[in-house]
Design a binder for this molecule. Sequence first.
Ligand code: APR
Length: 239
Amino acid sequence: MRQSAPGNLVILTGAGVSAESGLATFRGPDGLWEGHRVEEVCTPQALARNPALVHAFYDARRAKLAEVGPNAAHRALARLDAEWPGELLIVTQNVDDLHERAGAKRLLHMHGELTSALCAGCGARIPWNGPMGHGPKCPACGAAKLRPDIVFFGEMPYEMDRIDAALSRADLFVSIGTSGAVYPAAGFVQIARHHGARALELNLEPSVGSSMFSESRMGPAGELVPAWVEEMLKSSPSL
Ligand code: APR
């Protein structure tokens, strides 16, 4: 425990936080990849080889966003974001927009966003709703090189410098609804612990790196997260 008060929080979220909203996780029995191999839909090679399939996959996921809404876990995290007086950063691996629809502000999407398009020509990131179809023109440069603004396997996640800086200052690192199977996010707990933070895991089942955490609580995010947020806001702001 450090002397700094109020404490600095880094909160990592994964697909489990959106499961109770009706969005499939990746690695469960009904996993989103079912029917597709990851290499067919989530790599730069797949986009080059079969752009129609990749666009159809992400168009369907984008369309699904209109059918779902934030759940109690997203709302509790938005409340913590609004009320926590210290530094706080929610780093989500999710490409849905449920954290922001719940009101979270101190948020970054390290794996990109369904509601954004990326121009492979000029690098512009453009707000995007509705289907992308196949290779529409970039409004910034005119090249027909727009693609989903999703970090594919083999690509560098967004904002790693900002994440590393936040991890190095964290007093508490909290991982919610992620299996810990995908790096670099899976390594955040180690980085935070190396810098002296405590680490708490909130998940349905132990993640791959579960032994790295100071504390693990198992259960649905819609129950665990509101209870934890309540505890945090009631406790003294110094961790
Ligand atoms: N509440 C809490 N946790 C849950 C819930 C729930 N209701 N439902 C499922 N989980 C847990 C599962 O037990 C699992 O450990 O959420 C985790 C989801 O793990 P994954 O499906 O592997 O998702 P995630 O960790 O976010 O995947 C990381 O992998 O495919 C890539 O880029 C993709 O961002 C994704 C990354």
